[in-house]
Design a protein around this ligand. Structure first.
Ligand code: RFL
Ligand code: PHB
Length: 389
């Protein structure tokens, strides 16, 4: 098969990019290892920045997002008894929307046929070839047959474990990695949220987050040592822990229920540079990971895709290769700012095992400062709502 762009990975980044290119009349095909059901079974992000919402709107695929998404004009930082509200609407004039990554992906998947976006699911042994040339190609096997896709560009949207990043030679690349000494244990349950806005809590027993997917579905997290296994956390133990860490006020409004999903995700900060090499571009988790504390991962994937779609459309529609040459620097400038924010909020809200009284005093001082300074709150709010693209 021959196409203009071969996209690897049909997560949110790959599907969003595919739709944006099709909307501009650019040819593309998406190659995905898993089944649609498997992808929709992964419970991940919940908070959308304006950039992500506006891309869905530009595609005209935001009907359900508009109807079911919950606009949030603020969120809370809890430290012991104290609750600090960050009024993002007042501080920035903008808001975020609570709408699950699963639902974004479902909406993008549902529009495939109508928009003429071809996605090959259950493709095994996906491999990239000749990415340094102007004629790269991708091979994969499906149902025992080997296939080849020839393209002008390949875009790796295949997440942290996919093959795309590995196709960039080590001698031209640089990796930046920070691993954290804990993971987030998450629970999804069909119970009403304990609060109408998110609460990020720093408690002496550890971090907790009260989030939601709708008025009747809640998502909660606690941080746990990396050695913990999900089986060690019965629903009851987890609800008890959440009640303690989130504090008496939230606990009084917390409804318990059986877990629909429960899993542990390790936390890391990771950046791979450059995000383009020859005819290969990387978008989303394929190039970078943020700890989930800032709710930035999916939104960064969306901003990468925005830059990549503009660059690729410019190439095919206006014969302009300038934005492709600049893609890595353009995307990385925004990536690093989100890395900084996610890292600093993680540092502020978690108890690190190596921390002593001094580090804790720094957290308290910073939370005090945030509680009393509109400037500090504005800095947090404008990062949380999403920096400009
Ligand atoms: P994905 O979603 O991992 O999709 C990659 C796709 O590539 C496929 N793939 C392959 N396809 C073909 N051949 C191969 N060899 C392949 N290998 C992999 C995979 O099957 C998959 O379908 O990456 P993408 O599209 O870049 O999207 C990134 C987001 O998924 C991620 O950044 C967010 O989920 C991160 N994240 C959050 N982001 C936010 O913006 N807000 C949040 O509130 C938020 N909360 C979270 C999160 C991530 C979490 N976990 C579990 C990591 C909460 C959690 C708990
Ligand atoms: C979620 O609802 O899954 C969620 C919300 C905010 C975060 C991370 C995850 O910072």
């Amino acid at each position: 098969m021959r196409t203009q762009i071969c996209i690897i990975g049909a997560g949110p980044a790959g599907l969003l990019l595919g739709h944006l290119l099709r909307a501009e009349g650019v040819e593309c095909v998406v190659i995905e290892r898993q089944t649609p059901d498997y992808i929709l079974g992964r419970i991940r992000a919940g908070v959308l920045e304006e950039i992500t919402v506006s891309l869905m709107a530009r595609l005209g695929l935001d009907a359900r997002l508009k109807a079911e998404g919950l606009p949030h004009g603020g969120f809370n930082l809890a430290d012991g008894e104290r609750l600090i509200r960050i009024d993002i609407a007042d501080l920035t004039g903008k808001q975020v929307v609570v709408y699950g990554q699963t639902e974004v992906t479902r909406d993008l998947m549902a529009a495939r046929e109508e928009r003429g976006l071809e996605v090959v699911y259950e493709a095994a042994d996906v491999a990239l070839h000749d990415v340094e040339s102007d004629a790269p190609f991708v091979t994969y096997t499906k149902e025992g047959t080997e296939h080849r896709v020839d393209a002008r560009f390949v875009v790796g949207c295949d997440g942290f474990h996919g093959p795309s990043r590995k196709a960039i030679p080590a001698n031209v690349a640089k990796e930046y990695l920070r691993e954290y000494p804990f993971g987030w244990l998450g629970i999804l349950a069909d119970v009403p949220p304990c609060n109408h806005e998110l609460i990020y809590a720093n408690h002496e027993r550890g971090f907790a987050l009260a989030s939601m997917r709708s008025e009747s579905r809640s998502r909660y997290y606690v941080d746990v040592p990396l050695t913990d296994r999900v089986e060690e956390w019965s629903d009851e133990r987890l609800w008890d822990e959440l009640a303690v860490r989130l504090g008496p006020e939230a606990a009084a409004h917390m409804t318990r229920g059986p877990a629909i999903e429960k899993s542990i995700a390790p936390l890391r900060s990771y950046v791979f540079a450059p995000m383009r090499h020859g005819s290969l571009l990387l978008c989303g988790d394929a190039a970078h990971i943020v700890p989930p504390t800032g709710a930035k991962g999916l939104n960064l994937a969306a901003s990468d895709v925005h830059y990549a779609a503009e660059a690729l459309t410019g190439y095919f529609r206006r014969n302009d290769a300038g934005a492709i040459a600049a893609y890595s620097d353009t995307a990385l400038a925004r990536v690093w700012k989100s890395e900084r924010f996610s890292w600093s909020l993680t540092r502020l809200m978690h108890r690190f095992p190596e921390d002593g009284p001094f580090e804790r005093a720094m957290q308290v001082a910073e939370l005090d400062y945030i509680a009393t300074s509109r400037a500090a709150q504005t800095a947090i709010a404008e990062n949380y709502v999403g920096l400009p693209i």
